[in-house]
Design a protein around this ligand. Structure first.
Ligand code: SME
Length: 155
């Protein structure tokens, strides 16, 4: 399925940010800001990175949105930890139906987590919270997969 015009344009902007930013974190922060500003149903956009100094644990990286208490997340815990554990995209269209969920804000209704992979190994993930119920489509998934493939080059 080809990406919509908006997602194609945003993907080109993400590619430009990855190649022009001065540091990894500057690129990641700019990507968060772009996605949060341009896609109405993306209300919190952030990266979690696998901590090489810890045993199967994610640490919060650059993000845009409300501050979160979930700065470190073990593999398997919450939506983020489950996505890291399975190395697969995890879409929860209604967080009230997900028992293994770490709440950041009562405003959040849905979440998508997309792993960033290199040679099958999880390097980190892109986490997006939405205040809308069931807003994520196959297009979001395809777009965010492409964003993560692009980001893998700088992790
Ligand atoms: N809700 C996530 C925790 C991270 S926040 O959304 C920023 C989870 O269940 O893993």
């Amino acid at each position: 399925m080809p990406l919509t015009e908006t997602f194609s344009r945003l993907l080109r902007q993400v590619e430009a940010l990855v190649s022009s930013s001065r540091s990894r974190d500057e690129a990641l922060r700019s990507i968060c800001a772009l996605l949060e500003a341009e896609i109405p149903h993306y209300d919190w956009v952030g990266f979690y990175l696998v901590d090489p100094a810890a045993e199967r644990e994610l640490v919060l990286g650059p993000y845009v949105g409300a501050p979160t208490e979930h700065v470190r997340i073990p593999f398997g815990k919450g939506i983020c930890g489950q996505a890291a554990d399975t190395a697969a995209v995890f879409i929860v269209q209604d967080v009230s139906q997900e028992m293994n969920y770490l709440s950041c804000s009562p405003d959040v209704r849905s979440e998508i987590v997309v792993p960033i992979l290199r040679d099958g190994e999880v390097l980190g993930e892109l986490d997006i919270d939405s205040h809308a119920l069931a807003p994520f489509s196959a297009q979001d998934r395809e777009f965010l997969d492409a964003v993560c493939a692009c980001v893998a080059a700088i992790l």
